[in-house]
Design a protein around this ligand. Sequence first.
Ligand code: NZQ
Ligand code: ZN
Length: 387
Amino acid sequence: MQNFIFQNATKIIFGKETELQVGQETVAFGKKVLLHYGGGSIKESGLYDTVVESLTKQGIEIFELGGVKPNPRVSLVREGVTICKENQIDFILAVGGGSVIDSAKAIAAAVYYDGDVWDFFEGKANVTDCLPIGVVLTIPAAGSETSGGTVITNEDGWYKRAVGHESMRPKFAILNPVLTYTLPSYQTACGITDMIAHILERYFTNEKNVELTDRLCEATLKTIINNAHTVIEEPTNYAARAEIMWAGTLAHNDLLSTGRIGDWASHDIEHEVSGIYDIAHGAGLAIIFPAWMKYVYKHDVNRFIQFANRVWDIEIDLNNLEKTALAGIKKMEQFFSSIGMPITLSEANIGEEHFEEMAKKGTERWPLGNFVKLHQSDVVNIYKLAK
Ligand code: NZQ
Ligand code: ZN
């Protein structure tokens, strides 16, 4: 096991009607708040009104910036930075999913920087500090509600890039499973796929003697798998929604990566796809993760056998270990398909025309992954396996 420091300071407020506490939580950090949200789902559900009422009750002055798109754009981040700087905003409240939260984080970091926010994403400048952020989460998926990372897309060249800093972790995250009842089943499934991927990125490690975190990963994966069909078939099933919502946070709050080095190649390979084609990140992962697995499983067949056996209950065939490993990958693909995810690029109407370009963009700074280091030609091969 590697040495590690684990610190995740986000206060989690979980359960029914917890969004009513948002004003009270926010006022502890400031009286001038940027309320940041997406394309309108929070207005349709009534959550917007609830949040505004709760903030107003605390005497908080609200500045608004809606319109965050899935795969959030740097142009809107720049607008947010201007609003914050011109109005001396002291807190950003993100109401929505990973895209809104990531956009809020990028704004929050850029307020402390005189140059252009994209410099952070190109490695030309480092994040030093952030305005405090709070979250009311409406989709369990990206795990951004407690993560120290943000992923933003630059329309100029369609680069999708990530940046991380401890100060970006939200001060609080309000998680009410009831707020996820309105999610379309496709978005629910994308979220489920993303949280599974966050665990798998950590699970496929070269680190030995990580039994506890292996078991925590497997337990979280099994819980997600056990509840996935229920939330899709019965969107208002509180018990199942609650399991999925909490699992989504635990999948990405860094507890499951303590003492181990994760891989993250599948995420990087997928970000190139959603950067160019603007598909949902979760759908992209359902396509890329199985292809990555097929490409690398021989590197550590035993780890893939453990995955097949402990997560998918596949009996180990001692006479044919590779068969067991491949059966686990197949089971995972079938599961993604069963919840309505595409598992090939062609199902998402994506052809071969950008394979070389995406692989070049993805690997131009460094090779991808840690379990196996991947270079440009490897990434092209993975896109080919995902055809
Ligand atoms: O924009 P609105 O109208 O709110 O609609 C959203 C959006 O269209 C809708 N939605 C959200 N909650 C809803 C709802 N519709 C009805 N009822 C609700 N309760 O769902 C759509 C998707 O929302 P989005 O925020 O894009 O989803 P998600 O949370 O999956 O975030 C995806 C983004 O997060 C990044 C991804 O790359 C992607 O850009 N990631 C961020 C990470 C991080 N910061 O730690 C890690 C992840 O690996 C990921 O890369
Ligand atoms: Zn992800």
